[in-house]
Structures are given as C-alpha cells and as structure tokens.
Design a protein around this ligand. Structure first.
Ligand SMILES: O=C(O)CCC(=O)C(=O)O
Length: 253
C-alpha cells in the first residue's frame, strides 16, 4: 500500500515506484512464463508484445496479485478492470527506443482514468534503457499533439517532441527485479533503446476503474485516424468490484 505521502507524490508526479515488490516466487513464475512465451510465439516482437491474455489467461493470476491491486485501488478506486497487458522485453542489442508519448493517445477509454503497472523482470537502469518520465506532465489532463512515426527503430508509433513542450528534465525509473512502477495515462514517458547487452524486460498491466468505458467503437476509429494497433476486440477482465458504467463488455475469468 502507499502511505499518504506516497499517494500525494503519485498525484503530483503521475508516477511512483511501489514501496513493495511482488514476491520472489511470482517473479520466478514471470521469468519462466516469459521465456516459454517467447519460445512458443517466435513471431512476436520481444521489444513490445501486447495482449498476453490472448495467448494465456494465466497471466491474470499475476495481474490480480493483491500487492498490485491494493495499490491500484488506492489510485483508481475499488472497482478495477484490467484491460491491457504487454511485455516490453528489450533484449539488450539492436534495441528499439520507446518514443516520448502519453499512453492515453492510444487508448479508447472514457473517461480516461487509467493507470499502468510496469513490473521490472530484470534490473531497469539508465544503462539498459529504463523508463523515463516527466513528473507533473499529467496534471492538466491534457493531450499534447503527437506525430506519427512508423520507423522500425521505435516501439509504438505516436510520438511527442519534448523540446516543444514546457517541461523540466526527465526522471529515470530505476527498479530492481520484482519492483514495480505505476503511471498515469496522461504522464509523458519514454525509454532509450537498450544496447547495453543486459536484457531489460518490463511486464505491464493496464487498469481502469469500473466507472470508465472501454469503448470498442472508438478503438476502431483510432485505428483509422491514428494508425494505432487495433485493440477493439481484446478481452477485458473485472479484477475487483463492479462495472459501474454498465457499458463494458467483460470476459469471464
Ligand atoms: O518499457 C518501455 O520501454 C515503455 C513502456 C511504456 O511506454 C508503457 O508502459 O506505457
């Protein structure tokens, strides 16, 4: 759980490193499952592999770990829907950068009250391209103008030109294996390419409150308007509480 100071810090910055880690057993499970996942699905891009639940529902056992959900509940409330999962498992050579972006640019969630949990599978350091965040950039809940970049050198394809925005220096999110970071959908972040020779894998889960709607029609529109990947048909899952919006199409666990 976050104490008052930590919660305040999340609200001010739009990002915080969790004060707790997942258990070492769970970390070992993730490592084993991740290894098998990429062996069994060799066509996937390890740098960014979204929608793990499509391949294996047992990833939900990690997404619903109480040490994660208790913190997510402090941020978005007790009705929690997990609507996304992905690996950013950057191997350490020939790596792709993650451009500066705001997650909400890609997502059809209304209202956009959603957060990401980024679990460090390996050490995440400045040398191997840890996440970098712009503290406070989420505060006005405003989307800045992204441009499309389909280059092979980056993961994702919506990017921000940081130099044109009125923000201070980025902060590095340095994590030991098993620690996790939480960030807001409006907070600007990115990561350098990892050419360190040391793998930097992050496992992400995305959560929204039961009062938000995962709008599948909007997801389709975003594919046409922005060229983002189509997430309109993915399964989403209730982790705790209720779908208060009554608009969500939720899959059974
Ligand atoms: O791990 C990365 O390189 C990027 C992660 C990211 O952009 C996210 O989790 O929203």
């Amino acid at each position: 759980m976050l104490n008052d100071e930590e919660l305040h810090s999340y609200q001010q910055d739009g990002q915080i490193n969790s004060p707790v880690s997942i258990s070492s057993e769970m970390l070992e499970t993730i490592k084993e499952k991740m290894g098998l996942f990429f062996i069994n699905n060799p066509e996937l891009d390890q740098d960014y592999a979204p929608d793990l639940f499509k391949y294996d529902r047992s990833w939900l056992d990690i997404a619903k770990a109480p040490e994660i959900l208790d913190i997510v509940a402090q941020i978005i409330g007790d009705d929690i829907i997990c609507w996304g999962s992905a690996f950013f498992a950057k191997r350490g050579l020939g790596g792709k950068a993650t451009p500066w972006h705001q997650d909400g640019q890609y997502w059809p969630i209304e209202p956009l009250e959603t957060c990401t949990v980024w679990i460090a599978v390996d050490h995440a350091t400045e040398e191997n391209g840890c996440l970098r965040v712009i503290p406070g950039s989420h505060k006005n809940r405003e989307h800045f103008a992204h441009f499309r970049d389909d280059s092979d050198e980056i993961v994702l394809n919506q990017a921000l030109d940081l130099d044109s925005l009125p923000f201070g220096n980025p902060r590095s999110v340095i994590l030991k294996p098993g620690m996790f970071s939480i960030h807001d959908a409006f907070m600007i972040h990115g990561a350098e390419a990892n050419n360190s020779g040391q793998q930097r894998a992050g496992l992400t889960f995305r959560y929204m409150p039961g009062t938000s709607h995962f709008n599948r029609l909007k997801a389709k529109e975003m594919v046409n308007e922005l060229g983002v990947i189509d997430i309109s048909e993915r399964d989403i899952f209730l982790m705790r509480g209720f779908d208060r919006s009554r608009l969500n199409d939720i899959s059974e666990i």
